[in-house]
Design a protein around this ligand. Structure first.
Ligand SMILES: [Zn+2]
Length: 388
């Protein structure tokens, strides 16, 4: 029998308390109030509403206020000093902002969720300033900068209560709340759990990197990001299906947990690496893998900037595990890393995203030295595996 959370290695949630803002009781009573103001929100915002309510974003209890936003941008911390690098914002147009401020309690409605928001403030903030701080560039070709500049003008601050959400559909079947994943980790008796973030199809190089941690830690928590991605990235359902067949055929089931995390990719490089680590801490991971160019895009960030940034966050409460790039070396005759292989670049075989996309589009199968045949099958059978 498993007694004693105390003996578990699971870290405390970020800020010390797992936030739970899921309303119990009768959702009908709240949603049937005809006088209440209803505001439609995008799927991306709805995902973040759920993340707030479930405690993925602990200690946040709602969308950020002006003060927290300013501190996040200037110091990479909330106003109370707690590590936090990515603004969590609800943006609306001026008219909606004015109506929300008057109404105070508002229903946020999307296809999949209904939440009550207790509006406390509506404010403006220089979007260029947000982009410059989060992405360290204002170049509009950066997808995160473009997203930020396209936000509406008013940010609404207030705590939220999740009233209802969609049942588990195809894309949600692996979604775990922090309460659920923490319980599973404790039940399995794991004392060290290494989180792996991905937004990609698993190559053999990813698999070997992931498996190498199983030599030193109790378990691996594979946790792909589901949500808005840039054009040319793989579709969410393809990533989920690829991991299903991979874990099924090649991973020790008693040492691996697979779950999805539903929030948009921001491509903020180092700042997003910190955000990714905090979310995995809330999910119960003790360690978090930070690879080469983590959450980067193009050549906006130095390949190891996302590892360097952790030295400013010794108090983050989850241990980063830094990895070099993995690749196939023809002379080593296997997947190795740049720290293991003495051979020149010419011996390396790597599958860049661009090359893989071209191969798939032309119906050419990647080598089994680079990608598992089951994973290739998933991609090939999908027909339309890329985000348009
Ligand atoms: Zn080699």
């Amino acid at each position: 029998m498993l007694i004693g959370m105390a003996s578990s290695g699971i870290p405390e949630p970020h800020g010390g308390r797992l936030i739970n803002r899921v309303v119990g009781g009768d959702p009908e009573r709240i949603t049937s109030d005809r006088d209440i103001l209803r505001v439609g929100i995008s799927d991306d915002l709805a995902s973040d509403v759920e993340n707030i309510a479930d405690g993925v974003f602990s200690p946040l209890e709602g969308f950020m206020d002006h003060d927290d936003l300013m501190h996040v941008l200037k110091d990479g911390r909330l106003h109370n000093g707690l590590a936090w690098t990515i603004p969590i914002l609800l943006d609306v147009d001026s008219d909606t902002g004015a109506r929300m401020k008057d109404a105070r309690d508002v229903l946020l409605v999307s296809k999949s969720t209904v939440a009550l928001m207790h509006v406390e403030d509506c404010y403006r903030y220089d979007k260029l300033e947000i982009a410059r701080s989060v992405y360290q560039t204002t170049d509009p070709s950066h997808p995160g900068v473009a997203r930020t500049m396209a936000m509406k003008d008013i940010f609404v601050h207030g705590r939220i209560d999740l009233v209802s959400r969609a049942n588990r559909d195809e894309l949600r079947r692996y979604r775990l709340t922090p309460a659920e994943s923490r319980r599973m980790i404790v039940e399995r008796g794991w004392r060290s759990v290494v989180g792996f973030q991905t937004r990609n199809i698993p190559h053999l190089a990813h698999e070997m990197l992931q498996k190498s941690v199983l030599n030193f830690f109790d378990a691996l928590f594979i946790n792909p990001l589901i949500g808005r991605k840039k054009s040319g990235d793989f579709r969410d359902e393809v990533i989920i299906r690829a991991y299903e067949v991979l874990v099924d055929n090649y991973y020790p089931k008693d040492r691996v947990l697979f779950a999805t995390l539903h929030t948009e990719m921001r491509y903020a490089g180092p700042k997003e690496a910190i955000h990714h680590a905090i979310m995995r801490k809330n999910l119960g991971c003790t360690h978090f893998i930070v690879g080469r160019d983590h959450a980067g895009v193009g050549s906006f960030y130095h390949p190891f900037a996302a590892q360097e940034i952790f030295k400013y966050y010794p108090d983050i409460g989850i241990e980063p595990v830094f990895f070099p790039a993995f690749f196939y070396c023809k002379r080593c005759m296997g997947i190795v890393s740049e720290r293991m292989c003495p051979h020149p670049q010419d011996y390396r075989m790597e599958l860049s995203g661009t090359r893989l996309r071209r191969m798939i589009t032309e119906g050419e199968r990647p080598s089994e030295l680079l990608m598992r045949p089951e994973v290739v099958d998933v991609i090939m059978q999908h027909g339309d595996p890329f985000v348009p």
